[in-house]
Design a protein around this ligand. Structure first.
Ligand code: FE2
Length: 407
């Protein structure tokens, strides 16, 4: 992100001699994205490098790779993530939903904090969470970041973290991208500051609160996800949160959906006006993430607030429904519903939802949903999602869930 932070103590000039305490040289580490050309932060470890393993690493049996399904007919999908049984923690509790070559989507319903001596690092992708239920703390080497229902949380690839739950369980939509994830670049001016026409303001983010360095010896385990879902456990003889300070533009942050300020139009607006995040080199690769948050619906006297039937042939579209108020799917979706509409198929409002939506003209709606559209990247449904699949979804567009019948 363009907001450069300084936390704790760092030397004024990068890569110069600096001490944690007299006679103890601080050890510098660069955490960078996109080679040496993207966002980066410089971190100063108290006395040990993060490379200093004290035991041989080993690969766990835990396997988070999406499993392929046999070839199936082309169809739209409805997965009910609210029906997943809570299990594990933020690392082990993820269930793959859909996957492509650079984009992976999981749901995580988990009930445990990470053990105090165990940390997670995603070496496969940058993470973007949407918090459907629960609250907790994301603790990383950058500091502590609280999150709760409605938050997006952005975690750069390679961040070492653990989650401490402050609720009985937690339900997350988890998007993972090989590419960095940030606010939509076209919202930013040439200096990287959000423009005055943007629905987001980059200073409305929550930032990590820096904590004093943990200059502690012991046995600390770091689980690193790699190879698409394998987990390797490595062992450090010192606490990984040992920074005396850090500075840079690469760090975890949170952004609440309440702080996405929707842009309204006299007639129906297409999804790009609702965009919040972007990843990759859109519109040629990567994806856009949109926040469908209640807004003033079109106030043209003949506006149709419900969307049109549509498909973007170069995009696969997934949508996560935080509540059930979205008019086009009312009566069908439940909190945590996840639809997947492949680009090769058009999708539409259900039944006569378009006619029903006339009542919404000019009114403030109250839906909340998160949409992800890929660019030139087909997605597939993971086998692990089959237990929560709605088998009737492909034919559900021909019936109405609210008392109207399709013409
Ligand atoms: Fe759509």
């Amino acid at each position: 992100m363009s907001v450069i932070l300084t936390r704790g103590r760092v030397p004024r000039t990068p890569h110069t001699e600096y001490y944690s305490e007299p006679e103890v040289l601080a050890l510098e580490e660069i955490h960078g994205a996109a080679g040496f050309s993207g966002d980066w932060s410089r971190k100063y470890h108290y006395r040990k490098y993060p490379t200093q393993q004290v035991q041989d690493p080993h690969k766990l049996t835990l396997d988070l790779r999406p499993q392929p399904l046999p070839p199936l007919p082309l169809q739209p999908w409805h997965l009910r993530t609210g029906r997943l049984k809570a299990h594990g923690d933020v690392a082990s509790g993820r269930v793959p939903l859909v996957y492509g070559t650079t984009t992976f989507v999981f749901a995580a319903r988990f009930e445990k904090s990470c053990p105090a001596d165990r940390f997670f690092r995603n070496g496969d992708g940058h993470e973007l969470w949407f918090v459907q239920e629960g609250r907790g703390l994301l603790a990383s080497e950058y500091g502590v970041l609280p999150f709760h229902k409605g938050h997006y949380v952005v975690i750069p690839k390679g961040t070492t973290y653990r989650v401490e739950l402050e609720s009985e369980e937690c339900h997350l939509l988890m998007i993972e991208s090989r590419f960095p994830i940030g606010f939509a670049p076209h919202y930013m001016n040439k200096s990287g500051q959000a423009s005055l026409m943007s629905p987001i303001v980059e200073t409305e983010t929550s930032l990590p609160e820096f904590r004093p360095p943990r200059d502690e010896e012991g046995l600390f385990r770091v689980w690193t996800k790699h190879g698409g879902g394998f987990i390797t456990e490595m062992f450090l003889g010192h606490h990984p949160f040992d920074l005396i300070g850090w500075e840079g533009a690469l760090y975890p942050y949170a952004f609440h959906a309440d702080d996405h300020h929707p842009l309204a139009r006299q007639i129906h607006t297409a999804p790009p006006t609702r965009q919040t995040f972007e990843s990759g080199s859109a519109p040629h690769a990567g994806f856009a993430v949109c926040t469908f948050k209640g807004q003033i619906e079109g106030w043209h006297p003949r506006d149709v607030p419900a969307p049109y039937a549509h498909f973007n042939a170069d995009s696969d579209e997934v949508m996560f429904f935080s509540n059930t108020s979205y008019g086009a799917r009312k009566g069908l979706v439940e909190p945590g519903s996840f639809t997947f509409h492949p680009g090769a198929l058009p999708h539409s409002p259900h039944g006569m939802a378009a006619k029903r939506s006339f009542e919404e003209r000019g009114k403030l709606s109250d839906y909340l949903a998160v949409m992800l559209d890929t660019f030139f990247e087909p997605l597939s449904v993971a086998k692990q999602a089959m237990p929560i699949a709605d088998k009737d979804y492909p034919t559900s567009f021909n019936r109405d869930t609210q008392g109207f019948t399709a013409a």
